[in-house]
Design a protein around this ligand. Structure first.
Ligand code: 13P
Ligand code: SF4
Length: 309
């Protein structure tokens, strides 16, 4: 009788057969992260997708990330284990409303967070991620008015960091980070009085005001690992705990539950499973399919962002 393959072996076999690369965001389940060729924040995964030269990208993240990978790799097949893996920020910012803004305010530069649909990207002048948003806004001439979309907390943080007055901010928010409450962070600090606080910029301003460090998911991981301190409260999705525990097993990391689900997991990100990843590689579906004209229009603002060093 042939030996029964574990699901991990099946995925690794399929990966070889398909000449595939597995990309995983930090918010994926740890068993998915363990199989990935690259784990990272949105910017790092965009860059990894750009450098790839195989046939298939299996993107373990959410739809807007897989769409970005497709825009940067139009000739490659991009699969996502679950097409329902959306994002509340994408939902808060429909492309027709962005088009209306553009028509009414043709003088504004539209700076879009990567957490937007590909249609919104196509309407944008330049993209940004949580890692480079301050740098991207600073790269725009000071006299040029800006619309920053769609995350209100990231937008306010960028406005504060850049001192940019002529910046309008969309009213979208992340269902995970926007519901982290300062009073829960205060309780966590009381329980762990020596811990330093690291926060993602999608958190509300009163949470960010209590942070010792603010940055993207990868920046948070790097900061906690390299800072000579042994205890941290981490205000982002608890999936980053996997890299933190692997890279700094001697340190302690605490996650604070949000008001929405009393956990700190993104319900969209966590739709992906090993079984769905295996099936996506086996069937090359669900697949990201985009019109060539849409890819062309969305690529320019992404490339402008990638060119800003
Ligand atoms: P990062 O770019 O920091 O990985 O963030 C992506 C995201 O969706 C945060 O909620
Ligand atoms: Fe979107 Fe928030 Fe989930 Fe990130 S954590 S994918 S911003 S809903």
């Amino acid at each position: 009788m042939p030996a029964v393959q574990s699901i991990t072996e099946e995925i690794l076999d399929l990966k070889r057969q398909r000449r595939a690369m597995i990309l995983a965001h930090h918010y994926q389940d740890s068993e998915i992260q363990d199989l990935a060729d690259a784990i990272g924040d949105s910017l790092e995964l965009s860059r990894a997708a750009q450098k790839f030269d195989g046939d298939v990208i299996a993107f373990c993240g959410v739809v807007f990330m897989a769409e970005t990978a497709k825009v940067l790799n139009p000739a490659r097949t991009v699969v996502l284990p679950d097409l329902e893996a959306g994002c509340s920020l994408v939902d808060a910012c429909p492309a027709p409303r962005v088009r209306v803004f553009r028509e009414r305010h043709p003088d504004h530069a539209i700076v879009s967070y990567i957490n937007t649909s590909v249609e919104v990207k196509a309407e944008s002048d330049i993209l940004c991620t949580s890692r480079n948003a301050v740098k991207i806004v600073n790269s725009i001439p000071a006299e040029k008015p800006i619309l920053f979309l769609p995350d209100i907390n990231l937008g306010n943080y960028v406005k504060q960091q850049t001192g940019r007055e002529n910046m309008k901010i969309w009213q979208g928010s992340c269902i995970v980070h926007a519901t982290f409450a300062a009073r829960r962070l205060t309780s966590a600090r009381a329980a762990h009085p020596t811990a330093l606080v690291a926060a993602h910029p999608e958190c509300p301003p009163d949470v960010l005001a209590m942070a010792d460090f603010i940055g993207s998911t990868s920046a948070i991981v790097d900061w906690c690992v390299t800072t000579p301190h042994d205890e941290f409260i981490v205000m982002t999705e608890s999936g980053v705990g996997h890299s933190l525990r692997l890279r700094a097993p001697e340190k302690n990391f605490h996650f604070v539950p949000n008001e929405n689900c009393n956990c700190s997991e993104c319900p969209y990100m966590r739709r992906n499973t090993l079984e769905k990843l295996r099936d996506a590689l086996a069937n090359l579906s669900p697949r990201i399919e985009l019109e060539p004209e849409l890819i062309e229009r969305a690529r320019l603002p992404i490339e402008r962002m990638l060119a800003v060093r």
